[in-house]
Write a protein that binds this ligand. Structure first.
Ligand code: PAF
Length: 281
């Protein structure tokens, strides 16, 4: 595996692969890889000839009060894991090269970023769409892989690709979970063992909604109430939001009678955790 940090070298190499008809698979990450990321690489390998993994802790998607400075990093370990999984190029650009002369040019989606995490993380999605558009221009992928763990991000990026006519296929990969159900996240290292234990209530709550739907309850209000009771039962979880939305438009639904999604963001002491599950009637 080759590691490249120069944006020019990355783009030149990618353009030469495009010209040679080699199908490029792309997995954008912020590093500190876990099994969830590695499964995205597996999907990229199955769906392309040449796989690029980017590792870039993108400063513009963090608000000033967020965890940019302490975001976990371990490049040497990431490189070993990526190479073992068959990545061809590990792209590790610097912020100076990604944002030459600041961040004047931005990509901003309106509707899909308005709800859910949007109001709680002002500027976050603008940072994500801007950096992913830049990375797409540098890596020139035919297919890009994203996890369903960040479901709103997945929808936002899929819409960006559609709206801006990027010739890129987006593949979504279901959330990879620990054996007790907790969604894998690089940020899970922030949790104390007591918090780690209590965090399992999140998915348990979301599963309660899935189970009730399977038994015929379709009222979003009732499903949300059931999920909420299970999530807050440990005493420390505080909901930022818990909503049921249409799986594509992310608009709130009153009745789960079309493919939908239950999504949540919670605070557990100093930590912010997100998770979601499909609700298919
Ligand atoms: O999901 C992430 O890790 C990031 O938001 C992404 C897509 C790599 C953009 O920085």
């Amino acid at each position: 595996m080759e590691t490249l940090s120069s944006v020019k070298k990355m783009q030149d190499l990618a353009l030469s692969k495009n010209k040679a008809g080699i199908r490029i698979g792309f997995v954008p990450t912020m590093g500190f890889l876990h099994e969830g990321h590695l499964q995205l690489i597996d999907v990229a390998k199955k769906n392309s000839d040449w796989v690029v993994l980017s590792i870039f802790v993108n400063p513009t998607q963090f608000a000033p009060n967020e965890d940019l400075d302490r975001y976990p990093r371990d490049l040497a370990r990431d490189q070993k894991l990526a190479a073992a999984r068959g990545v061809d190029v590990c792209f590790t650009p610097t912020a100076e090269e990604i944002y030459p002369g600041g961040d004047q040019s931005v990509v901003l989606l309106t509707e899909l970023t308005r709800g859910l995490c949007g109001p709680f993380r002002p500027g976050h999605f603008r940072g994500v769409t801007t950096v992913v558009a830049k990375l797409f221009n540098l890596v020139r992928p035919d297919v890009a892989i994203f996890g369903e763990k960040d479901y709103q991000q997945l929808r936002v990026l899929s819409k960006m690709v559609e709206d801006l006519h990027f010739p890129i296929e987006i593949l979504a990969v279901p959330t990879f979970r620990e054996t007790d159900g907790l969604a894998m996240s690089s940020r899970n290292v922030y949790l104390s063992s007591a918090e780690r234990q209590e965090a399992t209530h999140i998915v348990q709550g979301l599963r309660k909604a899935q189970e009730a739907l399977a038994k015929g309850k379709t009222s979003s209000k009732q499903l949300i109430q059931l999920a909420k009771e299970a999530m807050v039962s440990g005493g420390n979880i505080q909901l930022e939001y818990l909503e049921i939305v249409d799986a594509n438009s992310l608009a709130a639904v009153d009745q789960v009678i079309q493919p939908s999604r239950i999504l949540t963001a919670v605070r557990l002491n100093q930590n912010r955790l997100i998770d979601n599950l499909p609700l298919n009637p």
